[in-house]
Design a protein around this ligand. Structure first.
Ligand SMILES: Nc1nc2c(c(=O)[nH]1)N[C@H]1C(S)=C(S)[C@@H](COP(=O)(O)OP(=O)(O)OC[C@H]3O[C@@H](n4cnc5c(=O)[nH]c(N)nc54)[C@H](O)[C@@H]3O)O[C@H]1N2
Ligand SMILES: Nc1nc2c(c(=O)[nH]1)N[C@H]1C(S)=C(S)[C@@H](COP(=O)(O)OP(=O)(O)OC[C@H]3O[C@@H](n4cnc5c(=O)[nH]c(N)nc54)[C@H](O)[C@@H]3O)O[C@H]1N2
Ligand SMILES: [Mo]
Length: 888
């Protein structure tokens, strides 16, 4: 502790604190304009000046460290006059209307506090307004040159869009392209708006709808990163969202979807009453009629064809509580293990591969390990677009010297700041990752503290991978041998090294095995169970980790335990017997339907008609079912093409509950507004149907918290997590007791275990989906920043204007050969079907390879996707389809 005197009072401070942070801990408020806790202090605005005994002039509190014995004065008449003079200078040409319109912005508040509002005479100058961006309004007449936008874009977002041009009085802040924001490299994260103290940068939604009245803290409804946000409302309408400063994951940052992707909630075509389809036409009905229709039809089908003719899909977009009830309903009300969720088409291979090798099918480490890693291996993931907050954190780490290795067929954004980019041919992960393992073994780069004593199958593994020399696989993978060796060295020699992977690993016929190859690398190099390391999937949707973990998977019960092992425990908890016949996963449900053995599907928040592979065939199968219950906010393609009954749900802003993010963190989702009209929460609907069929006892809950209380009793690793504890912050499981802090890093003692973890010999059996004369291109598919999966939410928000259509990326040489121009419509066809899409000529791509997004029903890209599946868990091979492409 360090003793100082502030305004005559003795105060204890921490060594290393600046004067400003010392003042804040004792709640002495000095004005600041250039300070933001997310940014390195610069001392530019000088409003925070204070007097320190022994110093001839006032010093900036934000950049001056506290020293023992300092005597500090913060509000002497001289200092206050100095502040007034500074503010007067800043407001010389400042538009007076801005202050009237938004009196509460930090700068406007200061202008008023110092009595300067009557001195303002400026006007907004048209030349300084940039209205080009869909979400962000720019009026640099309000710029006071605090450079917070420039700094946050560099220091947090890692984008460098905003730049300061000229110096002194002539300083101007403009996007790097010096034209406008829309045409710049802006990723629309809104961090600049969030930090701007004046309103020079503002959210268009707030300008249009007026200032926020209430704010509630909740979790973003999009990806598995789990960013926390304050959602602002006015008159019952969502109008803004801003990042939670001390949020565990996003630490004061959000991406475009969390910030500008919320308008879907108020979309005019949101379905707000239940509907039944009769003679092809949708008819609005009461809840009573909808629920009794569902109960009756399910009952008839079970009576006629048996419980295994029915299947339920939980929603990776809904809460843990709701997914828990979905699988409980399938198992004890219907009496089937036919329950799944879209983890099936996503990271089921991760869960399976990691569980087989490490015992737990979830990320070993946390996002906070990114800053601790010396090297990061990113395989088949594109975080700056798909998990932008994680992407920004990785980018910042790279800028500070962390070594990056990117394995991706495309030159993605992170490849630009990577040491090494292995631009492999899609579908060759196994050969490539085995070659990395081979190099580690051959060049003895493994960790001698764990190899060979603390690792299983070493002798066999050594001989097995010896066949995969980089020189031998180079041509197959399309990567130079020396580059593979270099990557192995960077990964193995920079300890700790973290591995992060995505769908470029899992969505293949050897998806599960690809994940296992990554685990091999981590095990060999001692990178399991320590900070800054591990094997870390970037999970897809907001609650896909939770949906499967709650038991929306045919083989497992809540807590990811196999049915055979824990049936007795659940039977006594639920007071009902469990079906012991193996259940069908989603893909097998489709197969069974084609054989006439599967008749009814209840799809909660999952647009499988659009997003499953071989869409043409999938749709025909769905249309052949006797009953398709769609529970969603919008008339999805599944509903439109094959739905029998539609149950309208509340969005995540209209209900309470919890989500589980990629790093096993349970976080509280809070109701911000009332659901529109008749919309009900998913959990309420499930309970209503259970009640209707006379099985209400296990489903009589009055709140999401009551459901959570039941989950805790059946899931020992989550037993310590309560809603009360979640008020303070999210908690990562395992968390067995209420005084347990949760677990950031798994497998701490894995190498010391009696039975050491074992390496796996993974043979490479390439996919049979290959190019030829008819279909000469390899198409790989994935996502883009501004749209999300089925697009139901992003296409109804401001994000839609930022990237309205799916694109097919093609390299300049191929585009030229085929005579394809930028944004031209092209037809892609495969063995399975065809689709029309706009081309975009991109230097990210290599000749012979294409990349397309699948977000829009107008494209219906998945009509061309193949029917190949992962050998272990049937995840579709979305990442490799042989296609032909031609201009239309
Ligand atoms: N903006 C946005 N964010 C999203 C989503 C969204 O739709 N939009 N969806 C969410 C969901 S559900 C998920 S699962 C995640 C997915 O997040 P990611 O896993 O990052 O998703 P993808 O873009 O499908 O694929 C990742 C990368 O794999 C590469 N790839 C393709 N084939 C191969 C291969 O054979 N080997 C290797 N090593 N790489 C290959 C692709 O070029 C691509 O860059 O994103 C989530 N976040
Ligand atoms: N070609 C190709 N196809 C792919 C992929 C690929 O890489 N390439 N990736 C696959 C992957 S990883 C995934 S995860 C799937 C995603 O496919 P889907 O799961 O079909 O897509 P999502 O857009 O995530 O959302 C599903 C639905 O949930 C609804 N929803 C949102 N919140 C709630 C809620 O609280 N309750 C309910 N009941 N509904 C809600 C939305 O309106 C939306 O209709 O696509 C897969 N398809
Ligand atoms: Mo996903």
């Amino acid at each position: 502790m360090l003793q100082v005197t502030i305004n005559g009072q003795p105060v204890q401070c921490q060594p290393g604190q600046t004067i400003l942070s010392g003042l804040r801990t004792v709640r002495v408020d000095v004005p600041t304009l250039c300070d933001d806790p997310r940014l390195a202090p610069v001392g530019a605005c000088r409003l925070c000046v204070v007097e320190v005994d022994g110093q001839s002039r006032p010093v900036a509190a934000c950049t001056t460290p506290l020293e023992p014995g300092m005597v500090i004065r913060t509000h002497t008449p001289e200092l206050e006059e100095c502040r007034r003079t500074l503010l007067r200078l800043l407001s010389q040409n400042y538009p007076v209307q801005a202050v009237e319109r938004d009196p509460l912005s930090p700068f406007h508040r200061l202008v008023r506090t110092y009595g300067l509002e009557h001195e303002l005479h400026g006007k907004s100058q048209a030349a300084l307004v940039d209205d080009s961006h869909a979400c962000i309004h720019v009026d640099m007449s309000q710029c006071i040159s605090c450079f917070r936008c420039v700094r946050i874009c560099h220091e947090v977002a890692g984008q460098d869009v905003w730049r300061a041009w000229n110096r002194g009085d002539r300083t101007e802040i403009l996007p790097a392209n010096q034209t406008n924001l829309r045409d710049s490299t802006c990723v629309s994260c809104g961090a600049c708006v969030d930090t701007c103290p004046t309103g020079a940068l503002a959210d268009k939604s707030v300008l249009a709808l007026g200032p926020v009245e209430h704010e509630i803290r909740t979790v973003c409804p999009y990806c598995g990163t789990g960013c926390e946000m304050h959602v602002g409302t006015r008159a019952g309408r969502l109008i803004s969202s801003r990042p939670v400063m001390d949020a565990a994951v996003n630490k004061g940052h959000l991406c475009v979807k969390g910030r500008y992707g919320l308008e879907f909630v108020h979309a005019p075509d949101r379905i707000t009453t239940p509907m039944i389809r009769q003679d092809g036409e949708w008819r609005s009905v009461s809840w009573g009629e909808a629920i009794s229709f569902v109960a009756e039809r399910l009952g008839q089908i079970v009576a006629e064809h048996g419980p295994d003719s029915v299947g339920i899909l939980g929603s990776a977009r809904a809460t843990n509580e709701e997914n828990y009830l979905a699988q409980k309903f399938a198992r004890i009300v219907i009496g089937t293990n036919n329950v799944d969720c879209c983890a099936r088409v996503c990271h089921a291979p991760t869960a399976a591969g990691m569980k087989m090798m490490l015992g737990t099918g979830a990320a070993t480490n946390s996002f906070d390990d990114i800053e601790l890693a010396k090297a990061i291996l990113i395989c088949g993931a594109n975080p700056t677009e798909n998990h932008p907050i994680v992407g920004a954190r990785i980018k910042q780490a790279a800028l500070r010297g962390t070594k990056l290795i990117v394995i991706d067929p495309r030159r993605i954004e992170l490849a630009e700041c990577a040491q090494i980019h292995l631009q492999l041919r899609p579908g060759t992960n196994i050969a490539l990752l085995n070659a990395v393992a081979c190099t580690i073994v051959e060049e003895r780069l493994f960790d001698p503290a764990v190899v060979p004593e603390h690792i299983g199958d070493w002798a066999h593994f050594q001989t097995f991978v010896a066949d995969f020399t980089p020189e031998r696989v180079a041509e197959q993978c399309g990567v130079k041998a020396e580059l593979i060796r270099a990557a192995a060295r960077v990964y193995a020699e920079n300890n700790p090294a973290m591995s992060i992977h995505g769908l470029g690993v899992t969505e293949h016929v050897q998806g599960t095995e690809g994940v296992m190859c990554l685990v091999n690398l981590a095990l060999l190099t001692g990178n399991v169970g320590i900070p800054g390391a591990g094997v870390n999937p970037l999970r897809g949707q907001n609650n896909v980790q939770g949906s499967a973990h709650m038991g929306c998977d045919p083989g497992i019960l809540t807590g990811s335990v196999p049915i055979a092992e824990r049936a007795a425990r659940f039977e006594s908890a639920w007071g009902a017997s469990l079906p012991m016949r193996p259940g069908l996963n989603l893909l097998k449900m489709i197969d069974a339907a084609n054989k006439g053995e599967f008749k009814a599907l209840w799809a909660m928040g999952y647009d499988l008609a659009l997003t499953n592979p071989v869409a043409g065939a999938t749709i025909r199968t769905l249309q052949g079912l006797e009953l398709v219950i769609v529970q969603d906010m919008f008339l999805t393609e599944t509903a439109r093409l094959a739905g029998t009954v539609f149950l309208p749900v509340a969005s995540s802003f209209e209900k309470d509950g919890t989500f589980m993010n990629s790093e096993r963190r349970i976080q509280r989702v809070r109701k911000v507004i009332e659901p529109p009209r008749e919309c009900r929460t998913d959990w309420r609907i499930i309970c209503d149907v259970a009640e209707e069929v006379g099985r209400g006892t296990g489903f009589s809950f009055a709140s999401a918290e009551e459901i959570w209380e039941e989950i805790r009793t059946v899931w020992p690793a989550g037993a310590g997590i309560t809603y009360r504890r979640l008020e303070a912050a999210g908690i990562q499981w395992p968390c067995p007791t209420e005084d347990h802090p949760g677990t950031g890093i798994l497998h701490k003692d894995i190498y010391a275990a009696d039975e050491p973890p074992s390496l796996r010999r993974i043979r490479y059996s390439p996919t049979s989906e290959t190019t030829g004369a008819d279909y000469p291109f390899l198409l790989t598919t994935g996502r883009a920043l501004y749209q999300f999966n089925a697009g139901t939410m992003t296409s109804r928000s401001q994000t839609q204007q930022l990237r309205p259509v799916d694109l097919l990326l093609i390299c300049p040489a191929d585009a030229q050969t085929l005579g394809i121009a930028e944004h031209q419509l092209v037809r892609i066809s495969s063995h399975y079907g065809e689709a029309t899409i706009r081309a975009s000529i991109s230097t990210q791509m290599r000749p012979g390879e294409l990349f397309a997004t699948f977000h829009s029903p107008d494209t219906f890209l998945n009509r061309v996707i193949s029917s190949h599946r992962d050998r272990f868990v049937q995840t579709p091979e979305y990442k490799v389809t042989a296609v032909r492409v031609e201009p239309t």
